[in-house]
Design a protein around this ligand. Structure first.
Ligand code: SF4
Length: 365
């Protein structure tokens, strides 16, 4: 291994690279999990899987992937879909910005190149929602371009393999990890090596208790040699996750419920929800509901019985939804902060994509 100015590994020596490639490729051939997106080189399927599996475990994403491809089997079908259909297929998976960008990118591919996908990572990166990792994954797997990938799993495995003791969340160390990943990618079958690294991180080089006994690259692992594999990678300390109390109004009129569609940008953009909002300091739930519905819908309400209190955790935020039966006492609702309002029957809820937190009380209505 050659050493950088700071004494850390900068670029692996050719013999090390060859040994790692050989060991990883052989191991991947025999041990790769059989996943639907691995049975194809179809760029559309590979792309959808890569977007869907960001921040999502394979077991959770698998049924969504199969359902999504049944609903939208081609990029043309996805481009032609209404955004509501796309959200509905994505409902429950979270991070809805991914679905919105996938849909936008599909439209760009169809409108600008007649449905032909880019073939290089650089061109993939021009599409919305496609960063360096996704571009590298699709271009290497579907088109055989020699470009690296670096997701959380690969980062962890490389930081241990090359015994990187600095925080991996700094731009300088991240750049070094990209270089190391790039040095490992071979000319032939670059996608397989990339997937081998991802698979190693996902199934062997686990965040806690890595399975070094069964690791195909244990002989080359710097962290294992020093016995520090459990201490790596060094991560930046996560900020404390804030908690918000949110009030929610269930307003029923002649068997229908009032729901609104969230604005397209921001958290849960484009999804449908029951009206309400954050409780401010010093407010009672009833005061918060009255203020929110006046601001959001321009109506006065009376607040009735509590229906439920449900907790939900997002990545950077935890909420408790306090759900109340309410009735309009003054005015007719108009879409203010929402882009649309509907009076929906209980039986029609399945047509609307709701945030997961709303699903936790829908069954009680
Ligand atoms: Fe990870 Fe252990 Fe393999 Fe090193 S030997 S890469 S720490 S699983």
């Amino acid at each position: 291994m050659t050493r950088g100015d700071d004494g850390t590994s900068a670029c692996p020596e050719p013999g090390v690279v060859r040994a790692l490639r050989r060991a990883l490729s052989a191991w991947y051939r025999d041990n790769a999990r059989d996943l639907p997106w691995r049975r194809t080189r179809d760029p559309y399927a590979v792309w959808v899987s890569e977007i869907m599996l960001q921040q999502t475990r394979v077991e959770q994403g698998l049924p969504y992937f199969e359902r999504f491809l049944r609903a939208f089997p081609t990029v043309q079908r996805l481009a032609a879909a209404h955004e509501d259909e796309v959200f509905k297929a994505w409902e429950g998976l979270g991070y809805y910005g991914r679905a919105r960008n996938l849909h936008r990118a599909a439209r760009m591919v169809v409108e600008q190149s007649g449905g032909c996908f880019p073939t290089t990572a650089a061109d993939w990166r021009r599409l919305p929602g496609v960063g360096r990792y996704t571009a590298g994954a699709v271009a290497s797997i579907a088109f055989g371009e020699r470009v690296p990938v670096l997701d959380g799993n690969v980062k962890r495995a490389l930081a241990r393999l090359f015994d990187i003791a600095e925080c991996v969340d700094t731009p300088a160390v991240e750049a070094r990890l990209w270089d190391l990943a790039g040095a490992l990618v071979p000319k032939r079958n670059p996608g397989d090596l990339n997937q081998a690294l991802m698979e190693l991180g996902a199934t062997v080089c686990l965040p806690r208790s890595p399975r070094c006994d069964t690791c195909p690259v244990r002989g080359q692992c710097g962290a294992l040699r020093r016995g520090v594999q459990e201490a790596l990678p060094v991560r930046r300390r996560a900020a404390a996750v804030p908690h918000h109390d949110v009030v929610v109004a269930v307003i029923r009129r002649r068997g229908r419920y009032l729901i609104g569609r969230r604005p397209p940008e921001g958290l849960l953009g484009g999804l449908w929800e029951f009206p309400g909002g954050k409780v401010r300091a010093g407010e009672t739930h009833a005061e918060a509901l009255e203020r929110e519905l006046r601001e959001e819908l321009g109506v006065g309400i009376s607040v009735g019985e509590p229906i439920a209190a449900v907790r939900h955790a997002y990545t950077h935020l935890r909420v408790t939804l306090h759900v109340y039966a309410c009735a309009i006492t003054d005015g007719e609702p108009v879409a203010g902060t929402h882009t649309a309002l509907r009076w929906a029957r209980r039986g029609d809820f399945a047509r609307y994509a709701f945030p997961k937190a709303n699903h936790k009380f829908l069954g009680l209505l």
